[in-house]
Structure formats: structure tokens, C-alpha cells
Design a binder for this molecule. Structure first.
Ligand SMILES: [Zn+2]
Length: 231
């Protein structure tokens, strides 16, 4: 498909649909696919992973028309993105708030850098699916019925695909990052676990510990290809 000239890539070419409201009332936005949705790509369910939003936005801005098959959510957690927090405005780690069989009420411990101890506590929510951002994303997926979802995160530097699917292998090959079956620690209530329980194919695309320049150079071309390649 045609890509926009570079001088036009400063702005998004078309307006998104609003699929819900965040806790603070911010729009939850989706850029729909041009045809039937086969793939949903979302960024920033963790609000402090803003590089995922920047990379996916820049990829989307390459397109002269909606992706034929791919819907895009630039920020699944806009309140966290605005405030620079991992969780949403209520301090909930949305990626532990999905209604899965293994959801737990225990605090979610995370680390602020890869070398730091895992000792910063967030909430998994009062109950599974308690957060408006979680419920809206589930309803969006029920509405769009994609075959697969790519969830962008940082900074583990891997493609996490328990199914080692063609899509996961393709992303690993194109990014040069390892394909792994899990991230190496339990993630109860995560989006990936919820997807697996729904029969939805979820690939977690973890950007690495790189500079913003590296993300643009190494990952935006892969994301452009993901949005434009035929499935
Ligand atoms: Zn993350």
C-alpha cells in the first residue's frame, strides 16, 4: 500500500473512533482497519512505556489510508501515559486486571528498572475487570473479533508467543529479538492469559532497553510492515 511522503508524517491522517472512557474521562481511541479486522495492535497498557505509543504512532503516520486488516490503539492506558505511571489513575496495573482463572487480589510487585528489586506495589484492581480501561478493551475485542492481538511493552527485548506462531516467528525474525514462550515470571490476570482463555492469539512485543532513536530505527519499519503486509 502507499506510504505518505515523509514531510506529511508529522500528523495522523485520520481520526480515531472512541471505544470508551478512562477513569479520568479521557477518550480510549482506536484507529479501525479499512477492511475486516484480523489483527489488533495496542501500546501503553503500562503508562510508563510511552516508547511503545511513540513507535506505533510513527508507524501509523506512515500510512496514507487505514491498514486494510489491522486496528490500532495507541494508548490502552491514557491516564497512566499522561501521568507517567505504570498503573491507571487508581494505581491499578491493568495488565493484572483481566478476568482470568488465575486472577489474584494480591498486590502486584514490579521493578522500576531491570536491575532494581521487584518491590514497588500496584493493585490488580478490586476485582477482575474492575477498571474501565480493561472492560473497554475487552468489549472492543468482542466487537472487532480480531484473530490475533499484538501487545506492545518494554523493556524486555523479546517476542513472547506461547504458541510460537507464524506471526511470532515473523516478528522475532524481523526484529532480531528472541522468540520466548513466556516472560519468566507469573502474570496472573494479564491480557495474554485472558486472551489464551478466550482462544485469542496474543503476541507480546517487548521493545528492548534502547534509546528513542534506536526504537525508531529498529522497530518502526517492522511495525509499518506489520500494519501493511497482507495476512
Ligand atoms: Zn509492560
Amino acid at each position: 500500500m502507499n506510504l505518505r511522503p515523509r514531510k506529511e508524517q508529522g500528523t495522523l491522517e485520520w481520526e480515531p473512533d472512541v471505544y470508551g472512557r478512562s477513569q479520568l474521562g479521557n477518550s480510549l481511541e482506536v484507529w479501525p482497519s479499512g477492511g475486516p479486522c484480523r489483527l489488533l495492535v495496542f501500546a501503553a497498557i503500562h503508562g510508563e512505556e510511552g516508547e511503545t505509543t511513540t513507535a506505533l504512532s510513527l508507524a501509523l503516520r506512515h500510512l496514507a489510508a487505514p491498514s486494510p486488516h489491522c486496528a490500532v490503539v495507541l494508548a490502552a492506558n491514557p491516564d497512566g501515559l499522561i501521568r507517567g505511571t505504570r498503573g491507571n489513575a487508581r494505581g491499578v496495573d491493568l495488565n493484572r486486571n483481566f478476568p482470568t482463572k488465575d486472577w489474584r487480589p494480591d498486590p502486584v510487585l514490579h521493578r522500576t528498572t531491570l536491575g532494581a528489586p521487584r518491590n514497588v506495589a500496584l493493585s490488580p484492581g478490586e476485582s477482575p475487570g474492575s477498571e474501565p480501561e480493561t472492560r473497554a478493551l475487552i468489549e472492543l475485542i468482542w466487537e472487532l473479533k480480531p484473530e490475533a492481538v499484538v501487545a506492545l511493552h518494554a523493556p524486555l527485548g523479546c517476542i513472547d508467543d506461547p504458541n510460537e506462531s507464524d506471526l511470532g516467528r515473523w516478528l522475532a525474525e524481523r526484529t532480531g529479538m528472541p522468540l520466548v514462550p513466556d516472560v519468566g515470571y507469573p502474570t496472573p490476570g494479564s491480557f495474554g492469559t485472558w486472551g489464551a482463555e478466550q482462544g485469542l492469539h496474543v503476541v507480546t512485543y517487548e521493545l528492548g532497553l534502547t534509546t528513542p532513536d534506536d526504537v525508531v530505527r529498529d522497530h518502526v519499519p517492522v511495525l509499518v510492515e506489520l500494519l501493511t503486509r497482507s495476512l
